[in-house]
Every structure is written in structure tokens, then in C-alpha cells.
Write a new protein. Sequence first.
Length: 216
Amino acid sequence: MKNIIVSRLVKSVGAGALALALPSAALAAEGTTSSWAAVGGSLGGLLLGVIQLVVGLSLAAFSITKGLQLLSKLLGGLDIWAEVKNKNVAVALLAAGVVVAYTRVIAGGIGAMSDSLATLGTGSVYSGVIGLVSGVINLFVAIAVASFAITVVFRVMDKLTTSIDEKAEFKGNNAAIGALYCGIMIGVSSLVAAGVSGIGSGVSLFLNALINAVVG
């Protein structure tokens, strides 16, 4: 009789322990799944971050090259690197201003891309990919806008300073006009970068709305 009571008691305790263990095991399994999902999202974010870096560096090299080519065209076909080799400080200052202008604008585009990709840390791969695509579009827009802004600056300054032949002054190594134009380029790039950042946010919102409309 005593053995039967002990046996039933053991079974009751075992059943109770099993009942308590099942929810805990389910929670543990759910926690493990969530953890692996977070790990997957983080790895996806890392991969897209590397892609972002490569894209940014490639576009920076491309835009700087095109920017100096544009500068040469605006200066009547002046060979920028030949002038730098001949220690033409005016042309060197102007070229430096163009390089800084392009990189500042591109940095704004990359910053907008980074903000979008930050969502991958929460496992939202979909939002991260949208951010990457909109960021790349934003960078191309930034390069186009920077080129347009530099062209406009030269055209406007040429109209405002009718008594000065800028091309001749740059060719003649007038460091003062080189410093002035360098400052103008950097100042304009700050305004352009702010505008490009807003364009990046708008592109991201548009792509999200478009995909939701197509899928929905």
C-alpha cells in the first residue's frame, strides 16, 4: 500500500514538473529563434554595409575624376594636373575646392544610406535593401547636383565679374582668386549636401510606398 502511494506521488510530481517544464522549453525555443533571427539580420546589415562602402568609394573616385574633367572644361580645356605639376597654386586651390565639394555632397548621400541600413540591426532586411537602393540612387543624384552647382557657380561668377578674366587669372597663378573660388565651392557644397539628404529621405519613402502598393 505504501509503495502504491509513493508511486502515485512520484507520478504526480513528475506530471507537475513536466507541465512546468513545457512552457519554459517553449519560451527557450522561441528565445533561441529570435536570437538567431537577430544574428541573421546583423550579418545582413554587415554585408550591406560592406557593399555600401565599396559603392561609396567607387562613386567618390568616379565623381572626383568627372569633377576635375568638368573643371578643366570650364577653364577652357586647361590641363589641371599639368598646372599642379607646374606649381600653379590658384588651380590647385580651385581643384581642392571641387574635390571637397564633391566628397561633402557624397558624404551626405552615404549618411542617408547608413540611416536606412541601420534598420537591419533589428532584422528588417526588407527595409535595409530599400535603404541601400534609395541610397545608391541618392548618390547618383548627389553627383549630378554637385556637377550642376559647380557649373552654375562658374557661370554666375563670370557674369558678376565682367572686369575679371577668371581663366586668365587661374592660368596666371593668381592665388587670391583660387582661394576665393575654393571657399565658394565648399560653401555651396554644404547647401547642396543638405538638399541631397532630403532627397534621399524622399526617395526611400517613395520606394517603400511604391512596393507596398504593388505588393498590396
